[in-house]
Design a binder for this molecule. Structure first.
Ligand SMILES: O=[N+]([O-])c1ccc(O)c(OS(=O)(=O)O)c1
Ligand SMILES: [Mg+2]
Length: 481
């Protein structure tokens, strides 16, 4: 029978943030258990150091440049979105009789008449928020019960954060302390209803955790050792536990493929309220390892043997892997992902030997900033980012301006995962590796056709979601409890 599929996607969670990835004070027992009984990846990559492009690649199996999801991310009034002619994992599964749902953060556009919402991208159900939860005023909102206000101001001058059910606004602003309980009730009911109907389901749970500003309900507030960030992370971990319990009580654990990962590196500029990339260099907004190497776990009892893999994997590989699992036809478009079943079921080598790193704002002029080939990584361009500012490492800062490297910087990520010690011509593999990387890069960029920039289409205040559209003055009057 067709397996159920659960995709767990965290937000701005770093490579070093989970207990099973070595963080000393995070409390993540459910994710640690998933890793202990599943396959934990040490070399898994997103395709962008920020959110919208990373999510586009996850759902389409194509680099964000092809679908036009660049530069940066979508905003409340954005005109563009993930083009409807892109095929998502949900749309690959629908024809096979799957029921599909997304819970949490969308961030792939709203647009005129909300045409880009998930219900138009293969999802039968959507309960969530159309973009980042800091893209709406938050300074007077409660982030932690009973009335601890959110830290900082978030985006000003736009509508309060809206909670959508399908294409209808249920609440504006969302009530953070209750939000995840509401999500989890919806998600576990979706699971049990689908199972009772013996209908295979695809659940894409895109958590807001641990993106700024951190929030949590009473079940997690003050219950971690790591302050607000740790409490938010604990609430996400509790969600993982609730979803796995829903599978167990319905006897579906052994027929469900669960995959967990995160969209981009940690927002280091938040300091102790930000995530941690472990020993990887820098974080969100950069093409150093800390910006795009993510924690990742695959779990399917009886099919995936427990263990750790150092094979290369990417969010690009989820669509082809899921299509392979269910014997679905692949979309007839240029895909950039590889089927990971050899890694998952046979602990064999990955079909992926290369990963291309685009910055937050890809351009045809500069092209890819970095390339990983097996254990080596070459940087053609390096640049810091505001999201990775405040670190002791100056290379991560906003004022670390764009630098071209010719010849490219070359690192051996096995012996030097922190990208501290670049290799020179004296290294025996230097010449051959750089030559092969250059060849792979040229070959890839020959196939790369940039789609029209969706984010470049700009914004229109009228498109900002407002629960009572006739109200004045906008945007502050858009509020319904
Ligand atoms: O890149 N950005 O300009 C950007 C803006 C607002 C965000 O909330 C954000 O965070 S992200 O959406 O998780 O990537 C990123
Ligand atoms: Mg993000």
């Amino acid at each position: 029978s067709l397996p159920n599929i659960i995709l767990l996607f965290a937000d701005d969670l770093g490579f070093g943030d989970l207990g099973c990835y070595g963080h000393p004070s995070s409390k993540t027992p459910n994710l640690d258990k998933l890793a202990a009984h599943g396959l934990r990846f040490t070399d898994f990559y997103s395709t962008s150091p920020v959110c919208s492009p990373s999510r586009a690649s996850l759902l389409t199996g194509r680099y964000q440049t092809r679908s036009g999801i660049y530069p940066g991310v979508f905003y409340p009034g954005s005109k563009g979105g993930l083009p409807l002619n892109e095929t998502t994992i949900a749309e690959v599964l629908k024809p096979l009789g799957y029921t599909t749902a997304i819970v949490g953060k969308w961030h792939l556009g709203l647009g005129p008449n909300r045409t880009f919402l998930p219900i138009h991208q293969g999802f039968d159900h959507f309960l969530g928020v159309p973009y980042s939860h800091d893209q709406g005023p938050c300074q007077n909102l409660t982030c932690f019960p009973p009335d601890i206000k959110c830290y900082g101001k978030c985006d000003q001058g736009v509508v309060y954060l809206p909670l959508f059910l399908n294409d209808t606004i249920k609440q504006q602003p969302v009530h953070f302390p209750d939000l995840v309980a509401f999500y989890n009730k919806f998600a576990t009911e979706f699971i049990s209803t689908s199972l009772k109907r013996e209908q295979p389901f695809f659940l894409y749970y895109a958590s807001h955790h641990t993106h700024y500003p951190q929030f949590a309900g009473e079940g997690a507030t003050g219950k971690s050792l790591r302050g607000p960030f740790g409490d938010a992370l604990l609430e996400f971990d509790q969600t993982v536990g609730a979803l796995m319990t829903a599978l167990e009580v319905n006897g579906a654990q052994n027929n469900t493929f669960v995959f967990f990962t995160s969209d981009n590196g940690p927002e280091l500029m938040r300091m102790s309220r930000g995530g941690n990339s472990g020993l990887l260099k820098c974080g969100k907004g950069t093409t150093y390892e800390g910006g795009m190497r993510e924690p990742a776990i695959a779990h399917w009892p009886g099919k995936i043997q427990a263990g750790v893999t150092h094979e290369l994997g990417s969010t690009l590989d989820l669509l082809p892997t899921i299509a392979g699992l269910v014997q679905a036809k692949l979309p007839k478009v240029q895909l950039d992902g590889y089927d990971m079943r050899d890694i998952l079921f046979k602990h064999r080598k990955s079909r992926r030997e290369v990963m291309f790193y685009y910055p937050t704002d890809p351009s045809e002029n500069l092209g890819v900033f970095a390339v990983r080939l097996r254990k080596y990584k070459a940087h053609y361009y390096t640049r810091g980012a505001s999201h990775s500012d405040t670190t002791p490492d100056q290379a991560c800062h906003l004022n670390a301006f764009l630098t071209r490297h010719d010849p490219p910087l070359l690192f051996d990520l096995e012996s030097d995962p922190s990208e501290n010690y670049s290799l020179g011509p004296s290294h025996p593999d230097y010449k051959d590796v750089l030559q092969e990387i250059q060849a792979r890069k040229e070959e890839f960029e020959k196939t790369m056709v940039f789609g029209e920039s969706q984010i470049g289409m700009g914004s229109d205040p009228e498109l900002q979601p407002c629960c009572n559209p006739q109200c004045i003055p906008k945007p502050s009057c858009c509020a319904c409890s």
